[in-house]
Design a protein around this ligand. Structure first.
Ligand code: VGL
Ligand code: ZN
Length: 227
């Protein structure tokens, strides 16, 4: 894995070093450990069906793609891992209206609607997580039954930035589970989109109470490494 060893986050200006040291005041204190605080950008469910024109489109997704792609590229340059989650349901999934669930049919495994929304695409070394693959269970969280927490630990990731769709469903659930799994979790305020944007302030309050940071992507990068 080309990117896993040789991109070290933490090669930073003195001011940022100081900030990093105080963040690390409890726990790991060696210089080496400080340098190993890797980050992952988690891109939740940015799939055709959740974008403009899709079966279950969130609001304002057209304005998401360009800044998100920029963020993904900056994250790569900073040595962060990129994780894409994909909602990946069987045709008879319990969350579909025809099966008594709340949602129109969406993100059926291997269908066009389940593809990553262009121009997003996974590159070598990225992690792809498919979720909601069983008939039952909503499968909102990228961590639920996917092995994502173990994978991130294996890659020495300690901090995650959560972006994507939808704020009040899969972004929320993924961030809460990330916190539960012990990752320093930042929700990227400008890179998430809701099905119902009126829900966004409530979700932010809930996530903050649970221990998440809410920052813009630019603010997150200032603490992750140079971009
Ligand atoms: C989602 C509704 C149903 C999401 C997934 O990605 O937030 N929402 N399935
Ligand atoms: Zn779904």
């Amino acid at each position: 894995m080309k990117r896993s060893g040789d991109h070290v986050i933490g090669d930073q200006s003195p001011r940022k070093k100081k900030l990093r040291q105080s963040e690390n005041a409890v726990g790991k204190s060696s210089r080496k450990a400080r340098k190993m605080r890797r980050a992952a950008l988690i891109v939740v469910d940015v799939q055709r069906d959740f974008c403009e024109g899709g079966a279950l489109a969130a609001a304002y997704t057209l304005s998401l793609l360009e800044p998100l792609v920029n963020c993904i590229e900056a994250a790569r340059r900073a040595g962060a891992m990129i994780v894409y989650t994909q909602d990946w349901h069987p045709e008879n999934h319990s969350s579909f209206q025809e099966n008594g669930g709340p949602w129109p049919m969406h993100c059926v495994a291997n269908s066009q609607g389940a593809e990553l929304m262009p121009p997003l695409r996974a590159e070598e070394g990225d992690v792809i997580i498919r979720k909601g693959v069983a008939v039952d269970g909503a499968g909102y969280s990228g961590f639920e039954g996917t092995g994502l927490a173990e994978k991130l630990r294996e890659l020495k990731v300690e901090r995650i930035g959560v972006s994507g769709i939808a704020t009040e469903y899969c972004v929320r659930a993924t961030a809460l589970d990330g916190l539960q799994a012990g990752f320093e979790t930042t929700v990227l305020a400008d890179l998430i989109r809701a099905v119902n944007p009126k829900e966004t302030p409530r979700v932010w309050r809930e996530l903050k109470r649970a221990g998440a940071h809410i920052h813009t992507a630019a603010e997150w990068f200032a603490s992750v490494g140079k971009s």
